[in-house]
Structure formats: structure tokens, C-alpha cells
Design a protein around this ligand. Structure first.
Ligand SMILES: Cc1cc2nc3c(=O)[nH]c(=O)nc-3n(C[C@H](O)[C@H](O)[C@H](O)COP(=O)(O)OP(=O)(O)OC[C@H]3O[C@@H](n4cnc5c(N)ncnc54)[C@H](O)[C@@H]3O)c2cc1C
Ligand SMILES: NC(=O)c1ccc[n+]([C@@H]2O[C@H](COP(=O)([O-])OP(=O)(O)OC[C@H]3O[C@@H](n4cnc5c(N)ncnc54)[C@H](O)[C@@H]3O)[C@@H](O)[C@H]2O)c1
Length: 482
């Protein structure tokens, strides 16, 4: 009989046994692990993972049954689907009209005397003129004029083939081909959707930016992942465009080479400009920044010490819907109880581009953390390429990078291109807003098999790097993305 003398014996090489075995060994204990059957754990062999694989297949099958509702039909040719363009766009418009209907109902219910129709301009700090029919003497004013697609001078007056995102959702049918100018959030969301719906789509980027990413490592992964699926011409300049019948002849320049291609539409997705340039703000008595946007306090939305407040895309601070709602509440509250101005609730920043994988940023961005005068910070990361649940779902692409503060161990923010990134983004932004430390986050529950286990891996990496101390990373050595 062989005799063993151990510090710890673990019976069963399942998940618990394996963890127990490693934990015991990490304490320096001489440990054995005893298993009576085949190795591989119940979870991996006959439990969580194969059941999720079956479910992923079932979800794919279920989506196929739902697909006709979207105008997408199974095809007899493997790996292809048949797209009914008019049906796709009919559903987009029908459902859009339903959402719009709720907003319109709310406006209709307002007292008629509360509604003035027309374009407002400042006559003086307290006076607004609406078209030529109404002048309003106002003690306080909230500017909430939103933003409009930025129009590129090279594409001005070309013809009906040059469009913006405002036009897309009125299409009756899917076009044959679209050139998308800009790889920001709008360009990528619409560009990927069109490409997946069978539209010949090419995206042009003047630089190397991808959506809202600023972390160069995530940016590199995102570029690679997106280019596996999409036709993207980075570092391209728009040289000229001409309308030729129902097509636009677009000439772009890349690496000293001019490329000419024909598209049914050229979609300008080169950012949005705050709607503040036709308000006659020079009469408002408030200070403006270099772009003509009023300077304001982001805690109160107040412009200087004035009675004027600015909210939503108009102030260009965080041009996304939840922020517009928060801005509006703060501005409205403060305008209502002026001069009793109070800071309102500002939440941890969170942005999500609904590409697949999702592109998400939250808390402090990499670029903000690299700003001059900022303390050094530690980084942890996980690739989703070998992440269990992501592989199960055939969505194992992407990278998450998480940031932490050396002195306090506090979680600061994250950037990612990740499967189910919209949900990871919420989880992490709640942690950022709660000012949790990385250790506290690691004390939270993580189920199995879930994409969030990848988050735990990144946090563990971050905790380890925080423990190594400040000298380990010098973010200044890495250029932030643009
Ligand atoms: C294609 C696209 C997709 C988007 N997807 C998302 C998303 O998935 N998630 C997200 O959070 N955000 C998204 N956004 C951003 C989001 O839509 C905006 O941040 C938000 O709608 C801004 O709201 P707002 O109230 O500031 O502006 P708006 O809703 O645009 O309201 C401004 C209003 O002011 C009016 N106005 C302007 N000037 C004047 C004037 N002088 N006099 C009178 N009225 C005037 C305008 O007509 C408009 O009705 C998306 C934007 C676009 C374009
Ligand atoms: N999911 C979401 O939350 C969501 C979706 C869509 C839009 N939005 C909001 O709408 C805003 C506007 O979106 P967007 O994609 O238009 O802007 P963006 O700022 O995200 O990206 C603009 C892109 O256009 C490029 N660009 C700028 N000038 C150019 C030029 N002269 N020639 C070629 N390319 C040029 C930029 O390099 C960048 O890639 C976003 O910032 C976001 O706040 C949010």
C-alpha cells in the first residue's frame, strides 16, 4: 500500500474540489485531490456548459422562427438568409411610429396655451422671439435645442444621394449600396446593420477612431474584430462626390491613392453639432466656448451666474439620451426655483454602441485618466476569445480593460468591445458610481457560466496589478486613442 502524508485531502475533482485543492495549496499545504470517476467536472461535462450550448442553438433556431417578423427569411442555401427590404423597413417605420405616437399623445395632452410653435431666437437675455409671430419675456430660460448631423463641406450640394441618419428611417426599401462616412457610434451601428442586411456597405474613417473608444489596446482589438466583418477604409479622406442618376460617384484618398466607387447613398455620420448657432446667442449675455456653445456648470446646468440653463445634446457634454433626461431635470428644477440653484444628480458616465459585439465605456475613460496631472492608475484586462460562455454563444470576440486607483484600490472605469457589453457596462458603472474598490467588487456574486466571469478575470488581473504597486504601469508611455 502506497502511503501519502498530506496537509489536505480533497475528495472530488469537481468545481468545488478543484477550487479547494488550489486554495489549500496556495496556503502552502501539501494537498491531494481524490476523484472516483472521469475528470472534467459535472458542470463542463454534463451540466452548465453543454446545456448553454444547447440553449444557444435553440436561441438561433428561435430567432429563425421570429426572423420573418423582421423581414428576414431562412434560405435553402446554407449560411444565407433572404432579406425582404420593404418588409424590414416597414417594421422599422411601424414600430418607430408607435414610439413616436406615445410622445405625441403626451404633447397633445398639454394645455394649448402652454405650447408655442416656431423657431426661437434671443432678442436679449430675457426676450425670445418665435418666428415672427411671438415674443416671449422670460425670467429664466432653458436651452434644450438638441443637435443635428454635422454636414461635410465636400459633400455639400451633391444631390439627393448624400444623406444623414435622419433620412435612413424613412426608407421604404433597403438600398443596394451605402458608403458610410465616419466610424463613430452612428456610422458603426447603422453600417453594421446594413451590411448584415445584405446591403453593400463600406465605411470610411478619416483616422483610426472606433466609436467612443479612447483606450489604444481596446481600440486595436475593436478595429480587428470589426474589420473581420465590415469593409472599413481607415485613414481615408473624402476628395469629391458627384450625383450621377440614382448613384453617387465617391472619390476618396488613402495612402496617396485615389479610389472611386459608386454607391446608391453616401451617409454622413461625422458627428453631431449642437443646435446653438441659430439662436442669436450673442444677444443672450452669456459666455460661449470656442465652438459657440454656452459655458455652463455641469452640476447645475446654469450658464455662468445667469438665469439661462442648457441641457441635452445642445451643451454637448454627454450627448446620449439618459444624460439629456438628467440634464433636463436639473435644468428644469433649477430654472423653476431660481435663484436657489442646487446641484442635481449626475451619474457615472456610461455609453454603449449597439454594434455586435457592443462597444462600451463607463466611469473615467482611459483618455481622461491619462490627462496631465492625473495620478497613475493600474489596468486589468480580459480577452473574450477564450471566455467560456462567450464561446458557447459563438460570440467569443473582444477585450475588456478595467482601471483602478493605486492608493485606494478604487475601481475607476472601463472600456470594452464585448459580447453582452451593454449589461457589463451597467454592472461596472454601478460599481464606479458606488465607489467600490476592486476587492469589494470581487466579493460580489458571480454566477456560472456567464460572460461576467470574464469581468471577474479582468478584475482579478487589476487587483494583482494594483498589488504590485505604482511603478508597474506608466500610462504616459501609451498614447490614448483619438
Ligand atoms: C441615429 C442616432 C441613434 C442614437 N442612439 C442612441 C442610443 O441608442 N442611446 C442613447 O442614449 N442615445 C442615442 N442617441 C443620442 C440621443 O438621441 C440624443 O442624445 C438625445 O435624443 C438628445 O436629446 P435632446 O433633448 O438633447 O435633443 P432633441 O431630442 O433633438 O430635442 C431638441 C429639440 O429642440 C428643437 N429645436 C432646436 N432648435 C430650436 C429652436 N431654435 N427653437 C425651437 N426648437 C428648437 C428640435 O427641433 C428638437 O425637437 C442617438 C442619436 C442618433 C442621431
Ligand atoms: N448607442 C448610442 O448611444 C448612440 C448611437 C448613435 C448616436 N449616439 C450619439 O450621437 C452622437 C453622434 O454620433 P456620430 O457617430 O455622428 O459621431 P461620433 O462623434 O461618435 O463619430 C464621428 C465620426 O466621424 C468622423 N469624422 C468627423 N469629421 C469627419 C470628416 N470631416 N471626415 C470624415 N470623418 C469625419 C470621426 O473621426 C468619427 O469617427 C454620438 O456622440 C452619441 O452621443 C449615441
Amino acid at each position: 500500500m502506497k502511503k501519502l502524508k498530506v496537509d489536505v485531502a480533497v475528495i472530488g475533482a469537481g468545481t468545488a474540489g478543484l477550487v479547494a485543492y488550489r486554495a489549500a495549496r496556495a496556503q502552502g499545504a501539501r494537498t491531494v485531490l481524490i476523484e472516483r470517476g472521469v475528470y472534467g467536472t459535472t458542470c463542463a461535462r454534463v451540466g452548465c456548459m453543454p446545456s448553454k450550448l444547447l440553449i444557444a442553438a435553440a436561441e438561433a433556431a428561435h430567432m429563425m422562427t421570429l426572423a420573418p417578423e423582421f423581414g428576414v427569411y431562412p434560405s435553402t442555401e446554407p449560411g444565407t438568409v433572404r432579406i425582404d427590404g420593404p418588409a424590414v423597413m416597414a417594421r422599422v417605420r411601424r414600430e418607430r411610429d408607435r414610439f413616436v405616437g406615445f410622445v405625441v399623445e403626451g404633447v397633445d395632452a398639454m394645455p394649448a396655451d402652454d405650447k408655442v410653435r416656431g423657431h426661437a431666437r434671443f432678442v436679449d437675455p430675457h426676450t425670445l422671439r418665435v418666428d415672427d409671430h411671438t415674443e416671449i419675456d422670460a425670467r429664466r430660460i432653458v436651452i434644450a435645442t438638441g443637435s443635428s448631423p454635422t454636414l461635410l463641406p465636400t459633400l455639400a450640394n451633391v444631390g439627393p444621394g448624400v444623406i444623414t441618419s435622419d433620412d435612413v428611417f424613412y426608407w421604404d426599401d433597403l438600398p443596394r449600396s451605402v458608403a458610410v462616412i465616419g466610424t463613430g457610434v452612428i456610422g458603426l451601428e447603422i453600417g453594421q446593420a446594413l451590411a448584415r442586411l445584405g446591403v453593400r456597405t463600406r465605411l470610411y474613417a478619416r483616422g483610426g477612431s472606433v466609436a467612443q473608444l479612447t483606450d489604444p489596446v481596446v481600440l486595436k482589438t475593436a478595429t480587428r474584430v470589426l474589420c473581420e466583418e465590415l469593409d472599413i477604409h481607415f485613414q481615408s479622406r473624402i476628395l469629391r462626390a458627384e450625383q450621377d442618376g440614382i448613384e453617387v460617384v465617391l472619390t476618396t484618398g488613402r495612402h496617396d491613392e485615389a479610389i472611386t466607387e459608386r454607391f446608391q447613398y453616401v451617409l454622413q455620420a461625422a458627428g453631431r453639432t449642437p443646435n446653438v448657432h441659430d439662436l442669436d446667442l450673442e444677444n443672450a449675455g452669456i459666455a460661449l466656448d470656442g465652438n459657440g456653445v454656452p459655458l455652463f456648470d455641469p452640476r447645475t446646468m446654469q450658464c455662468g451666474n445667469s438665469h439661462i440653463f442648457i441641457a441635452g445634446d445642445a451643451n454637448h457634454e454627454r450627448p446620449v439620451l439618459p444624460e439629456a433626461a438628467d440634464h433636463g431635470k436639473i435644468a428644469g428644477d433649477n430654472a423653476g426655483r431660481f435663484p436657489d440653484i442646487r446641484p442635481g444628480l449626475r451619474r457615472a458616465p456610461l455609453t454603449a454602441a449597439f454594434t455586435e459585439p457592443n462597444i462600451v465605456t463607463l466611469g473615467a475613460s482611459y483618455k481622461a485618466l491619462c490627462a496631465p496631472g492625473k495620478s497613475k492608475f493600474a489596468v486589468g484586462q480580459v480577452s473574450f476569445e477564450n471566455q467560456g460562455r462567450s464561446r458557447v454563444m459563438l460570440q467569443n470576440k473582444g477585450l475588456l480593460r478595467v482601471y483602478g486607483e493605486y492608493r485606494t484600490g478604487r475601481f475607476l472605469g472601463a472600456e470594452m468591445i464585448a459580447p453582452r457589453g451593454e449589461h457589463i457596462g451597467h454592472l461596472l458603472s454601478w460599481a464606479a458610481q458606488s465607489r467600490l474598490t476592486v476587492d469589494q467588487m470581487l466579493e460580489m456574486p458571480f454566477y456560472h457560466p456567464v460572460v461576467e466571469e470574464g469581468v471577474r478575470t479582468a478584475l482579478r488581473d487589476l487587483a494583482a496589478n494594483l498589488a504590485k504597486g505604482e511603478s508597474d504601469i506608466d500610462p504616459d508611455e501609451v498614447e490614448p486613442g483619438t
